[in-house]
Design a protein around this ligand. Structure first.
Ligand code: 13P
Ligand code: SF4
Length: 343
């Protein structure tokens, strides 16, 4: 029998735990080696039981590892889906298995709920690329231009913005404003991608995702040569020359939908590592070629930290009410565009 220490008790991989988690393991066995399961299963079993006691839901971004994404999440998806689901759930407690800005967005939309993040170090290079003072300076420099802010930002930045967007709705949001010029923050590459698809003039900031900026166009060309027939699907946080090599560009959920719709024989998802694992679970017929770039922030979230988070009700994410009220307007305007209610 294998045993593991937690902050509270000893966790054991007992026959009962094996039986309780057998169905989940069946689902993820193609991407989680059998040797690893006795390590994950006791945590999954303990967290599932504690979730019920606490009245909690676990939200997981598409970049979480398969044992979290498939083993624990009640709700999952891209940044937009997580924001929508956080607004709609009636659970008392939300455990955000994602990064800090996602937990803040959940808190902004559900101020009455307790929002927990298992590790406060789960940040984002885009969110830390800009300050509220920067946004105010841009507004002074471009008077009258509305500020469209990618959700990968702190609540403080959202509070300075007219409307938010995600990678799945950025073009639609920019066009919904009816403006000739918009300030688009903070992702330069997503901004350039949007600029290529609209007549609206886009004022850019120089923020980058530290994961997606590492991909190189020449590497993609080399993959095409080595793997004949490969389909390349990329996230719009990648540099423009990388996107130019791609057969399809979309948000994380867009990439999943495109795999489902086109069922390529062989595909490469140019985005964070865990995506391919999570999608491969549902598509054993597709060969995934995996150029692995890890997000160090997403990977701060682990099963032991999720368990500790629920045991100790930590780390609670709060947003000052005046900031939350202004940020909520920007997020709700975005959600309203998605519902067809206009900006
Ligand atoms: P989406 O899931 O919205 O595509 O965002 C990707 C990302 O980098 C989230 O941090
Ligand atoms: Fe931020 Fe990039 Fe990590 Fe997403 S993948 S959380 S954008 S650093």
């Amino acid at each position: 029998m294998t045993t593991f220490e937690t902050s509270r008790a000893t966790l054991e991989y007992t026959p009962a735990v094996a039986a309780a988690t057998a169905e989940v393991y069946e689902r993820v066995r193609a991407v989680v080696p059998p040797l690893e399961w006795p390590v994950h299963a006791p945590y999954i079993d303990a967290i599932q039981r504690l979730k019920k006691t606490r009245g909690a839901v676990v939200l997981a971004h598409n970049y979480q590892t398969p044992e979290i994404f498939h083993g624990l999440a009640d709700l999952s998806g891209d940044s937009l889906a997580l924001a929508q689901q956080a607004a709609e759930t009636d659970a008392d407690v939300i455990v955000m298995c994602g990064v800090h800005f996602m937990a803040e967005t959940a808190k902004i939309l559900s101020p009455e709920k307790t929002v927990l993040i298992p590790d406060l170090e789960a940040g984002c290079s885009l969110a830390s690329s800009i300050t509220a003072a920067d946004v105010r300076l841009l507004r002074e420099r471009y008077p009258g231009a509305p500020v469209v802010t990618y959700v990968n930002t702190s609540a403080e930045i959202k509070a300075e913005s007219d409307i938010c967007c995600t990678s799945s709705n950025a073009v639609e949001i920019v066009e919904s404003l009816g403006a000739g010029r918009v300030i688009f923050l903070p992702d330069e590459f997503l901004g350039r991608y949007v600029a290529g698809r609209t007549a609206v003039e886009i004022i850019l900031w120089h923020g980058h995702c530290e994961v997606h900026e590492r991909f190189r166009a020449e590497d993609l060309r080399a993959y095409r040569e080595s793997y004949p027939g490969i389909q390349i699907f990329a996230h719009p946080e990648c540099p423009p020359d990388v996107l130019a090599e791609a057969d399809y560009v979309g948000s994380t959920s867009g990439l999943i939908r495109h795999v489902e719709a086109t069922r390529p024989e062989r595909v490469m998802l140019v985005t964070e590592c865990s995506m391919s694992d999570n999608v491969a679970v549902a598509h054993p017929e597709v060969e995934f070629i995996r150029p692995c770039e890890l997000c160090p922030h997403m990977k701060q979230i682990t099963l032991p930290k999720i368990l500790r988070s629920l045991e100790q009700m930590q780390h609670e994410v709060t947003v000052a009410p005046d900031v939350a009220d202004r940020a909520r307007l920007a997020v709700e305007r975005m959600l309203a565009v998605g519902r067809g209610a206009g900006g």
